[in-house]
Design a protein around this ligand. Structure first.
Ligand code: FEO
Length: 385
Protein backbone atom coordinates (compact mmCIF):
# COMPACT_ATOMS: atom_id res chain seq x y z
CA UNK A 1 0.00 0.00 0.00
CA UNK A 2 1.49 3.34 -1.12
CA UNK A 3 0.28 6.92 -0.82
CA UNK A 4 -0.57 8.73 -4.05
CA UNK A 5 -1.85 11.97 -2.50
CA UNK A 6 -3.49 13.11 0.72
CA UNK A 7 -6.03 10.38 1.58
CA UNK A 8 -5.45 8.66 -1.76
CA UNK A 9 -3.64 5.31 -1.67
CA UNK A 10 -2.40 2.84 -4.26
CA UNK A 11 -3.65 -0.57 -3.15
CA UNK A 12 -2.97 -2.58 -6.31
CA UNK A 13 -0.63 -5.50 -6.78
CA UNK A 14 2.36 -6.35 -8.95
CA UNK A 15 2.40 -9.53 -11.00
CA UNK A 16 6.09 -10.13 -11.66
CA UNK A 17 5.73 -13.70 -12.84
CA UNK A 18 3.08 -13.44 -15.53
CA UNK A 19 4.68 -13.91 -18.92
CA UNK A 20 1.62 -13.83 -21.22
CA UNK A 21 -1.45 -11.63 -21.17
CA UNK A 22 -4.71 -12.89 -22.67
CA UNK A 23 -2.69 -16.08 -23.36
CA UNK A 24 -1.28 -14.06 -26.27
CA UNK A 25 0.77 -10.98 -25.38
CA UNK A 26 4.31 -11.47 -24.01
CA UNK A 27 5.02 -9.50 -20.82
CA UNK A 28 8.79 -8.84 -20.61
CA UNK A 29 8.30 -6.67 -17.49
CA UNK A 30 5.40 -8.56 -15.88
CA UNK A 31 2.41 -6.34 -15.16
CA UNK A 32 0.46 -4.76 -12.34
CA UNK A 33 -3.25 -4.58 -11.52
CA UNK A 34 -3.53 -1.10 -10.10
CA UNK A 35 -6.24 -0.12 -7.69
CA UNK A 36 -6.62 3.06 -5.66
CA UNK A 37 -8.43 3.93 -2.44
CA UNK A 38 -9.86 7.40 -1.81
CA UNK A 39 -10.87 8.20 1.74
CA UNK A 40 -13.39 11.02 1.94
CA UNK A 41 -16.14 10.80 4.55
CA UNK A 42 -17.10 7.76 2.51
CA UNK A 43 -14.43 5.52 1.01
CA UNK A 44 -14.20 4.43 -2.59
CA UNK A 45 -11.86 1.97 -4.26
CA UNK A 46 -11.08 2.45 -7.95
CA UNK A 47 -10.97 -0.86 -9.83
CA UNK A 48 -10.40 -4.34 -8.44
CA UNK A 49 -7.65 -6.80 -9.26
CA UNK A 50 -7.02 -9.95 -11.20
CA UNK A 51 -8.71 -12.81 -9.27
CA UNK A 52 -5.39 -14.58 -8.68
CA UNK A 53 -4.31 -11.62 -6.52
CA UNK A 54 -7.56 -11.06 -4.62
CA UNK A 55 -6.05 -11.89 -1.21
CA UNK A 56 -3.07 -9.54 -1.60
CA UNK A 57 -5.30 -6.77 -2.94
CA UNK A 58 -7.83 -7.09 -0.08
CA UNK A 59 -4.95 -7.11 2.42
CA UNK A 60 -3.68 -3.83 0.92
CA UNK A 61 -7.14 -2.31 1.32
CA UNK A 62 -7.35 -3.49 4.95
CA UNK A 63 -3.95 -1.98 5.71
CA UNK A 64 -5.21 1.52 4.88
CA UNK A 65 -7.54 1.24 7.86
CA UNK A 66 -10.51 2.38 5.76
CA UNK A 67 -13.64 0.36 5.03
CA UNK A 68 -14.84 0.84 1.45
CA UNK A 69 -18.40 2.01 0.78
CA UNK A 70 -17.99 1.87 -2.99
CA UNK A 71 -15.89 0.22 -5.63
CA UNK A 72 -15.69 1.98 -8.98
CA UNK A 73 -15.57 -0.41 -11.95
CA UNK A 74 -13.99 1.63 -14.74
CA UNK A 75 -13.68 -1.48 -16.90
CA UNK A 76 -15.21 -4.96 -16.80
CA UNK A 77 -12.27 -7.01 -18.10
CA UNK A 78 -11.32 -9.59 -15.51
CA UNK A 79 -7.82 -8.30 -14.76
CA UNK A 80 -9.60 -5.31 -13.13
CA UNK A 81 -12.84 -6.95 -12.07
CA UNK A 82 -12.05 -10.60 -11.38
CA UNK A 83 -11.66 -10.03 -7.63
CA UNK A 84 -14.99 -8.17 -7.30
CA UNK A 85 -16.70 -11.30 -5.96
CA UNK A 86 -14.11 -11.52 -3.15
CA UNK A 87 -14.59 -7.80 -2.47
CA UNK A 88 -18.36 -8.18 -2.21
CA UNK A 89 -17.93 -11.05 0.26
CA UNK A 90 -15.48 -9.01 2.36
CA UNK A 91 -17.54 -5.78 2.20
CA UNK A 92 -21.19 -6.89 1.78
CA UNK A 93 -22.50 -3.36 2.38
CA UNK A 94 -20.38 -1.79 -0.38
CA UNK A 95 -21.85 -0.86 -3.76
CA UNK A 96 -20.31 -1.38 -7.19
CA UNK A 97 -20.35 1.86 -9.21
CA UNK A 98 -20.47 1.28 -12.96
CA UNK A 99 -22.04 2.45 -16.19
CA UNK A 100 -25.12 0.52 -17.34
CA UNK A 101 -23.00 -1.21 -19.98
CA UNK A 102 -20.30 -1.96 -17.41
CA UNK A 103 -22.91 -3.50 -15.11
CA UNK A 104 -24.26 -5.65 -17.93
CA UNK A 105 -20.78 -6.92 -18.77
CA UNK A 106 -19.95 -7.58 -15.11
CA UNK A 107 -23.17 -9.54 -14.69
CA UNK A 108 -22.28 -11.67 -17.70
CA UNK A 109 -18.65 -12.19 -16.72
CA UNK A 110 -18.91 -12.57 -12.95
CA UNK A 111 -22.60 -13.26 -12.23
CA UNK A 112 -22.72 -10.44 -9.68
CA UNK A 113 -26.20 -9.67 -8.28
CA UNK A 114 -27.88 -6.63 -9.84
CA UNK A 115 -28.73 -5.05 -6.46
CA UNK A 116 -25.04 -4.52 -5.75
CA UNK A 117 -24.76 -1.87 -8.48
CA UNK A 118 -25.11 1.90 -8.47
CA UNK A 119 -25.23 3.18 -12.05
CA UNK A 120 -23.54 6.35 -13.23
CA UNK A 121 -24.02 8.41 -16.37
CA UNK A 122 -21.37 10.01 -18.53
CA UNK A 123 -20.16 13.11 -16.65
CA UNK A 124 -21.97 11.93 -13.54
CA UNK A 125 -20.49 12.43 -10.06
CA UNK A 126 -20.27 10.68 -6.73
CA UNK A 127 -19.71 12.86 -3.65
CA UNK A 128 -17.66 11.03 -1.02
CA UNK A 129 -17.76 14.00 1.38
CA UNK A 130 -14.75 15.76 2.84
CA UNK A 131 -14.18 17.63 -0.44
CA UNK A 132 -13.76 14.45 -2.49
CA UNK A 133 -16.09 14.31 -5.47
CA UNK A 134 -15.53 11.67 -8.14
CA UNK A 135 -16.35 12.56 -11.74
CA UNK A 136 -17.02 9.86 -14.33
CA UNK A 137 -16.28 10.24 -18.03
CA UNK A 138 -17.23 7.55 -20.51
CA UNK A 139 -14.32 6.72 -22.80
CA UNK A 140 -15.76 4.04 -25.07
CA UNK A 141 -13.48 1.70 -26.97
CA UNK A 142 -10.26 2.30 -25.13
CA UNK A 143 -10.46 -0.54 -25.38
CA UNK A 144 -13.91 -2.02 -24.61
CA UNK A 145 -17.26 -0.37 -25.26
CA UNK A 146 -17.89 0.27 -21.55
CA UNK A 147 -14.52 1.77 -20.53
CA UNK A 148 -14.70 4.95 -18.48
CA UNK A 149 -12.35 7.31 -16.64
CA UNK A 150 -12.72 8.49 -13.06
CA UNK A 151 -11.36 11.93 -12.17
CA UNK A 152 -10.71 13.29 -8.70
CA UNK A 153 -10.65 17.10 -9.08
CA UNK A 154 -9.61 17.65 -5.43
CA UNK A 155 -6.20 16.09 -6.16
CA UNK A 156 -6.34 16.43 -9.96
CA UNK A 157 -5.82 12.70 -10.42
CA UNK A 158 -7.12 10.95 -13.52
CA UNK A 159 -7.77 7.22 -13.10
CA UNK A 160 -7.63 6.24 -16.76
CA UNK A 161 -7.93 2.45 -16.40
CA UNK A 162 -6.20 0.62 -19.31
CA UNK A 163 -5.75 3.83 -21.32
CA UNK A 164 -2.21 5.29 -21.07
CA UNK A 165 -1.04 2.23 -19.15
CA UNK A 166 1.88 -0.14 -19.57
CA UNK A 167 2.47 -3.76 -18.64
CA UNK A 168 5.20 -2.99 -16.14
CA UNK A 169 5.60 -4.27 -12.59
CA UNK A 170 7.59 -1.96 -10.31
CA UNK A 171 8.04 -1.14 -6.66
CA UNK A 172 8.13 2.55 -7.65
CA UNK A 173 4.72 4.19 -7.76
CA UNK A 174 5.69 6.90 -10.26
CA UNK A 175 7.62 6.64 -13.50
CA UNK A 176 11.33 6.66 -12.73
CA UNK A 177 12.74 5.88 -16.16
CA UNK A 178 10.81 7.61 -18.94
CA UNK A 179 12.86 5.98 -21.72
CA UNK A 180 12.02 2.48 -20.47
CA UNK A 181 8.37 3.32 -19.82
CA UNK A 182 8.09 4.92 -23.26
CA UNK A 183 8.88 1.52 -24.80
CA UNK A 184 6.65 -0.42 -22.40
CA UNK A 185 3.76 2.00 -22.99
CA UNK A 186 4.27 1.90 -26.76
CA UNK A 187 4.21 -1.90 -26.71
CA UNK A 188 1.03 -1.76 -24.64
CA UNK A 189 -0.57 0.85 -26.91
CA UNK A 190 0.29 -1.24 -29.97
CA UNK A 191 -1.24 -4.41 -28.58
CA UNK A 192 -4.31 -2.97 -26.87
CA UNK A 193 -5.23 0.49 -28.18
CA UNK A 194 -3.89 0.65 -31.74
CA UNK A 195 -6.97 -0.98 -33.30
CA UNK A 196 -8.95 1.89 -31.70
CA UNK A 197 -6.78 4.76 -32.88
CA UNK A 198 -9.62 7.22 -33.57
CA UNK A 199 -11.25 6.48 -30.21
CA UNK A 200 -7.84 6.79 -28.54
CA UNK A 201 -7.43 10.27 -30.02
CA UNK A 202 -10.79 11.29 -28.55
CA UNK A 203 -9.93 9.78 -25.18
CA UNK A 204 -6.60 11.59 -25.23
CA UNK A 205 -8.32 14.93 -25.86
CA UNK A 206 -10.68 14.21 -22.98
CA UNK A 207 -7.79 13.30 -20.67
CA UNK A 208 -5.84 16.44 -21.61
CA UNK A 209 -8.88 18.66 -21.12
CA UNK A 210 -9.21 17.46 -17.54
CA UNK A 211 -5.67 18.80 -17.02
CA UNK A 212 -4.64 16.18 -14.44
CA UNK A 213 -1.63 16.62 -12.18
CA UNK A 214 -1.30 12.84 -11.96
CA UNK A 215 -2.43 10.11 -14.35
CA UNK A 216 -2.96 6.80 -12.56
CA UNK A 217 -3.68 4.00 -15.04
CA UNK A 218 -4.62 0.45 -14.11
CA UNK A 219 -1.38 -1.09 -15.41
CA UNK A 220 2.16 0.14 -14.80
CA UNK A 221 3.43 3.21 -13.01
CA UNK A 222 1.59 6.48 -12.40
CA UNK A 223 2.63 9.62 -14.29
CA UNK A 224 3.38 12.73 -12.24
CA UNK A 225 4.41 14.39 -15.50
CA UNK A 226 1.33 13.55 -17.61
CA UNK A 227 2.59 15.46 -20.67
CA UNK A 228 5.15 12.68 -21.14
CA UNK A 229 2.48 10.07 -21.90
CA UNK A 230 0.13 12.59 -23.54
CA UNK A 231 2.85 13.55 -26.06
CA UNK A 232 3.66 9.90 -26.74
CA UNK A 233 0.00 9.09 -27.41
CA UNK A 234 -0.42 12.18 -29.60
CA UNK A 235 2.40 10.84 -31.76
CA UNK A 236 1.24 7.20 -31.85
CA UNK A 237 -2.40 8.06 -32.58
CA UNK A 238 -1.56 10.67 -35.25
CA UNK A 239 -1.79 9.68 -38.91
CA UNK A 240 1.95 10.30 -39.39
CA UNK A 241 3.85 7.28 -40.76
CA UNK A 242 7.44 6.64 -41.74
CA UNK A 243 9.75 3.90 -43.00
CA UNK A 244 9.07 0.32 -43.96
CA UNK A 245 8.82 -2.77 -41.78
CA UNK A 246 9.75 -6.20 -43.12
CA UNK A 247 8.26 -9.23 -41.39
CA UNK A 248 9.69 -12.40 -42.81
CA UNK A 249 10.33 -16.05 -42.14
CA UNK A 250 12.74 -18.24 -44.08
CA UNK A 251 13.20 -22.02 -44.04
CA UNK A 252 16.12 -22.66 -46.37
CA UNK A 253 17.42 -19.19 -47.22
CA UNK A 254 15.39 -18.12 -50.28
CA UNK A 255 13.19 -15.64 -48.46
CA UNK A 256 16.19 -14.61 -46.33
CA UNK A 257 18.05 -13.72 -49.52
CA UNK A 258 15.05 -11.79 -50.90
CA UNK A 259 14.73 -9.95 -47.60
CA UNK A 260 18.37 -8.88 -47.72
CA UNK A 261 17.93 -7.46 -51.23
CA UNK A 262 14.72 -5.63 -50.36
CA UNK A 263 16.24 -4.19 -47.23
CA UNK A 264 19.35 -2.94 -49.01
CA UNK A 265 17.27 -1.26 -51.71
CA UNK A 266 14.93 0.37 -49.21
CA UNK A 267 17.83 1.70 -47.18
CA UNK A 268 19.62 2.95 -50.28
CA UNK A 269 16.45 4.77 -51.28
CA UNK A 270 16.12 6.40 -47.86
CA UNK A 271 13.13 4.30 -46.80
CA UNK A 272 14.85 2.89 -43.72
CA UNK A 273 13.61 -0.64 -43.11
CA UNK A 274 13.61 -2.76 -39.99
CA UNK A 275 13.45 -6.49 -40.70
CA UNK A 276 12.04 -8.82 -38.05
CA UNK A 277 12.52 -12.56 -38.38
CA UNK A 278 9.16 -14.00 -37.37
CA UNK A 279 10.87 -17.14 -36.11
CA UNK A 280 12.34 -15.04 -33.24
CA UNK A 281 10.30 -11.85 -32.93
CA UNK A 282 7.62 -11.72 -30.27
CA UNK A 283 4.15 -10.36 -30.94
CA UNK A 284 4.82 -7.22 -28.90
CA UNK A 285 7.89 -6.36 -30.95
CA UNK A 286 5.96 -6.78 -34.20
CA UNK A 287 3.04 -4.70 -32.87
CA UNK A 288 5.35 -1.89 -31.71
CA UNK A 289 7.05 -1.66 -35.08
CA UNK A 290 3.65 -1.43 -36.76
CA UNK A 291 2.69 1.69 -34.76
CA UNK A 292 4.21 4.08 -37.30
CA UNK A 293 5.33 1.92 -40.25
CA UNK A 294 4.22 3.42 -43.57
CA UNK A 295 4.70 0.11 -45.39
CA UNK A 296 4.63 -3.44 -44.05
CA UNK A 297 6.13 -6.22 -46.13
CA UNK A 298 5.53 -9.87 -45.32
CA UNK A 299 7.96 -12.43 -46.71
CA UNK A 300 6.96 -16.10 -46.67
CA UNK A 301 8.24 -19.42 -47.90
CA UNK A 302 5.73 -22.05 -48.97
CA UNK A 303 5.26 -25.02 -46.69
CA UNK A 304 2.67 -27.80 -46.86
CA UNK A 305 1.04 -26.11 -49.84
CA UNK A 306 0.56 -22.68 -48.31
CA UNK A 307 2.28 -19.72 -46.68
CA UNK A 308 4.46 -20.51 -43.68
CA UNK A 309 2.26 -20.41 -40.52
CA UNK A 310 4.47 -17.70 -38.96
CA UNK A 311 3.70 -15.44 -41.92
CA UNK A 312 0.00 -16.31 -41.73
CA UNK A 313 0.10 -15.34 -38.07
CA UNK A 314 1.76 -12.00 -38.92
CA UNK A 315 -0.90 -11.27 -41.54
CA UNK A 316 -3.69 -12.15 -39.10
CA UNK A 317 -2.05 -9.92 -36.50
CA UNK A 318 -1.79 -7.01 -38.91
CA UNK A 319 -5.43 -7.50 -39.82
CA UNK A 320 -6.46 -7.45 -36.15
CA UNK A 321 -4.25 -4.58 -34.95
CA UNK A 322 -5.30 -2.27 -37.81
CA UNK A 323 -2.16 -0.09 -37.82
CA UNK A 324 -2.01 3.13 -39.82
CA UNK A 325 0.25 1.39 -42.35
CA UNK A 326 -0.57 2.65 -45.85
CA UNK A 327 1.00 -0.04 -48.04
CA UNK A 328 1.37 -3.79 -47.72
CA UNK A 329 3.67 -5.82 -49.90
CA UNK A 330 3.87 -9.62 -50.02
CA UNK A 331 6.81 -11.61 -51.32
CA UNK A 332 7.96 -15.18 -51.08
CA UNK A 333 9.20 -18.35 -52.60
CA UNK A 334 7.71 -21.67 -53.62
CA UNK A 335 8.72 -24.72 -55.62
CA UNK A 336 5.22 -25.89 -56.43
CA UNK A 337 1.81 -24.70 -55.20
CA UNK A 338 2.11 -20.93 -55.73
CA UNK A 339 -0.85 -19.82 -53.59
CA UNK A 340 1.06 -18.66 -50.49
CA UNK A 341 0.82 -14.94 -51.20
CA UNK A 342 -2.84 -15.12 -52.22
CA UNK A 343 -3.48 -16.88 -48.95
CA UNK A 344 -1.76 -14.06 -47.04
CA UNK A 345 -3.71 -11.40 -48.95
CA UNK A 346 -6.93 -13.20 -48.03
CA UNK A 347 -6.18 -12.58 -44.35
CA UNK A 348 -6.01 -8.81 -44.77
CA UNK A 349 -9.68 -8.07 -45.36
CA UNK A 350 -10.15 -5.99 -42.21
CA UNK A 351 -7.69 -3.23 -43.11
CA UNK A 352 -7.53 -0.64 -45.80
CA UNK A 353 -3.91 -0.19 -46.91
CA UNK A 354 -3.08 -0.47 -50.58
CA UNK A 355 -1.91 -4.02 -51.31
CA UNK A 356 1.08 -3.71 -53.65
CA UNK A 357 1.65 -6.28 -56.45
CA UNK A 358 3.11 -9.47 -54.91
CA UNK A 359 6.49 -10.93 -55.79
CA UNK A 360 6.84 -14.72 -55.86
CA UNK A 361 9.91 -16.66 -57.05
CA UNK A 362 10.47 -20.37 -57.68
CA UNK A 363 13.11 -21.72 -55.34
CA UNK A 364 16.21 -19.62 -54.70
CA UNK A 365 15.95 -16.27 -56.53
CA UNK A 366 17.93 -16.34 -59.79
CA UNK A 367 20.00 -13.40 -61.05
CA UNK A 368 17.02 -12.39 -63.21
CA UNK A 369 14.68 -12.66 -60.20
CA UNK A 370 17.06 -10.49 -58.20
CA UNK A 371 17.02 -7.78 -60.86
CA UNK A 372 13.22 -7.81 -60.85
CA UNK A 373 13.15 -7.81 -57.05
CA UNK A 374 15.35 -4.71 -56.98
CA UNK A 375 12.80 -2.94 -59.18
CA UNK A 376 9.96 -4.19 -56.97
CA UNK A 377 11.73 -2.89 -53.87
CA UNK A 378 12.37 0.45 -55.59
CA UNK A 379 8.62 0.76 -56.21
CA UNK A 380 8.01 0.06 -52.52
CA UNK A 381 10.62 2.69 -51.59
CA UNK A 382 8.93 5.23 -53.86
CA UNK A 383 5.65 4.63 -52.04
CA UNK A 384 7.29 4.91 -48.63
CA UNK A 385 9.03 8.12 -49.61
FE1 FEO B 1 -6.30 -4.35 -18.31
FE2 FEO B 1 -8.76 -4.35 -20.63
O1 FEO B 1 -7.86 -4.90 -19.12
Amino acid sequence: MRRLADRVFAVGVNDNKRRLFDALIPLPHGTSYNSYLIAGEKTAVIDASDPLFADEWLKNIRETGYKPDYIIANHAEQDHSGALGDFVREYPEAKIVASAKGRDFLKLLLHLPVEKFVLVEDRGTLDLGGGFVLEFYFAPWVHWPETMFTFLPAAKILFSCDFLGAHYASADLYVTDEAEIYLAAKRYYAEIMMPFRAQSRKALELAKKLDPRIVAPSHGQAYNRPEFIFDAYADWTSEETKNALILYVSMHGSVQKMTGIIRRVLEAQGAAARALDLADADLGEVAMELVDARAALIGAPTVLGGAHPAALYAAALLNALRPKTRYIGLYGSCLWGGKALEQLAGLLSNIKPEILPSFLVKGLPSAADEDKLVLWAKDVAAKVN
